[in-house]
Ligand binder design. Structure first.
Ligand code: SF4
Length: 243
C-alpha cells in the first residue's frame, strides 16, 4: 500500500517551506495583529493592485477618519475619492460601504470580533456572503488577524504551486481548497508569504528566473527558464503585515 495522498502532500509542503525559508528566512509578522475589520478592508483595497498603492488607500482612510464609523458616514462615492489610488474605486468603495452599513447594525457595531468564536469554515461563509469578498480575502482575515493556520491563495501562490507540480488546478480557489486540507500545523504565514516573494522575485508570470530559484531542484515545470536573470526591482513591502 502506498503512502496516503495527504501525507505525501504534507511532506511536500514541508519540503517546499524549508527551501523557501532557507532562501527568504521566516518572514516577520506584525507585532500586534490588526483587527479582522482592518484586515478585511485592507485586503479588499489590495485586490488587483500592488501593496504600495493599497497601503496608500488604506492609510488615506485611517489618517483622515477616527474610526470605521466615521468612514461609514460617507457615501460610497465619497469613500471612492479616498481610495482611488488603489484602482477599481467604484467597486471597492461599494463593497466597503456595504460591509460597514451591515456592521453598523451589529452589537458591538463596526466590529468583526465575534468571528473569533467561529470555526474556519463558518468565518469563510460569513465573510464571503458579502459582495466583493472572495475566498482569498476571507482567508487573509483568518491568517493575518486571527492567526489561524490558513494559507490564502492569490495568483502568485496559485501559479507557483501549479508550476512546482504540487497541485494541478485551474483556479486559485481550487488550489486553496487542496492546500488548506493538507497544510501542516503552524506553517501558513511563512508558506504563504514566502510563496508571494517567490512569485514576485523568481516565479514571475513571464520569464521566470528558474536558474536563481530556490525550488529549481524539485520543480516540475516543463518550461523552466534558466537563461534570463532577475529583471526588475525587488519588492519586499507586504501590505497585510503592515496594517
Ligand atoms: S524553478 Fe522556475 S517555474 Fe519552478 S518555481 Fe522556480 S521560478 Fe517557478
Amino acid at each position: 500500500m502506498g503512502i496516503p495522498f495527504f501525507y505525501q502532500m504534507k511532506s511536500e509542503i514541508l519540503k517546499i517551506n524549508k527551501l523557501l525559508v532557507k532562501k527568504f528566512a521566516i518572514p516577520e509578522r506584525n507585532k500586534r495583529n490588526p483587527s479582522p475589520l482592518d484586515t478585511l478592508i485592507g485586503t479588499i483595497l489590495s485586490q488587483n493592485t500592488n501593496d504600495n498603492n493599497s497601503y496608500k488607500a488604506y492609510m488615506n482612510l485611517k489618517n483622515n477618519f477616527k474610526d470605521w464609523k466615521e468612514v461609514d458616514a460617507l457615501s460610497a462615492s465619497e469613500i471612492e475619492e479616498y481610495i482611488k489610488v488603489a484602482g477599481l474605486g467604484k467597486q471597492k468603495s461599494k463593497a466597503i460601504k456595504t460591509i460597514l452599513e451591515n456592521l453598523s447594525k451589529k452589537n458591538p457595531p463596526y466590529s468583526l470580533e465575534y468571528l473569533y468564536q467561529l470555526d474556519n469554515v463558518k468565518v469563510l461563509n460569513e465573510l464571503t456572503s458579502y459582495d466583493g469578498v472572495g475566498l482569498k480575502t476571507a482567508s487573509c482575515v483568518l491568517l493575518f488577524s486571527m492567526n489561524r493556520n490558513v494559507c490564502p491563495v492569490d495568483t502568485h501562490v496559485h501559479r507557483t504551486l501549479n508550476r512546482i507540480g504540487l497541485v494541478s488546478t485551474s483556479a486559485p480557489d481550487k488550489t486553496a481548497v487542496i492546500i488548506n486540507k493538507n497544510l501542516p500545523e503552524g506553517v501558513a504565514h511563512t508558506f504563504h508569504t514566502n510563496l508571494i516573494k517567490l512569485g514576485r522575485e523568481y516565479c514571475r508570470p513571464a520569464n521566470p528566473d528558474c536558474g536563481g530559484c530556490p525550488l529549481t531542484s524539485i520543480c516540475k515545470y516543463p518550461d523552466k527558464n534558466t537563461e534570463i536573470k532577475r529583471i526588475g526591482k525587488k519588492n519586499t513591502f507586504l501590505l497585510l503585515d503592515n496594517l
